[in-house]
Design a binder for this molecule. Structure first.
Ligand code: AMP
Length: 123
């Protein structure tokens, strides 16, 4: 799947749209979801142009995958949802049609601040 440079998160990365930023480093940016579904609902995205987790996992250089993963750990600690100082979280990524992905730039949802409940709606 070709990366669409006009997607919302690409515009946020280019500074063309605002975001409520909570974390940034060389490889990743994290910001509050505009329609939060939990007390903590943060999206973390790589700065590289990847359509989905599937694209990222298959095609990103090893160093980018490592840096992104470590950025997630730093973020969860800053948010206080990590397992050393907090009560945990759910990390979700939606990919493609069956994953019901809206924005075609890979993003990880970090959901916490309460018990998140069942993993998926069984319906
Ligand atoms: P999905 O692609 O289905 O994993 O979800 C995309 C997520 O992006 C949704 O939870 C939206 O609420 C969120 N979202 C869409 N536009 C923005 C924005 N401008 N700033 C922050 N979050 C956004």
């Amino acid at each position: 799947m070709t990366y669409d440079t006009g997607n919302i998160f690409a515009k946020i990365l280019r500074g063309e749209l605002p975001c409520n930023k909570v974390y940034e480093d060389d490889c990743a940016l994290a910001f509050h979801d505009i329609r939060p579904q939990a007390p903590v609902h943060v999206l973390v995205i790589p700065k590289g142009a990847y359509v989905s987790y599937d694209d990222f996992a298959a095609n990103a250089p090893d160093a980018e995958i490592l840096d992104f993963t470590r950025a997630v750990a730093r973020l969860t600690r800053e948010l206080g949802v990590d397992l050393d100082s907090g009560h945990g979280y759910r990390a979700i990524t939606n990919a493609g049609e069956h994953g019901v992905q809206e924005v075609p730039h890979f993003h990880l949802h970090i959901l916490g601040g309460r018990n998140i409940g069942r993993m998926i709606d069984p319906a």
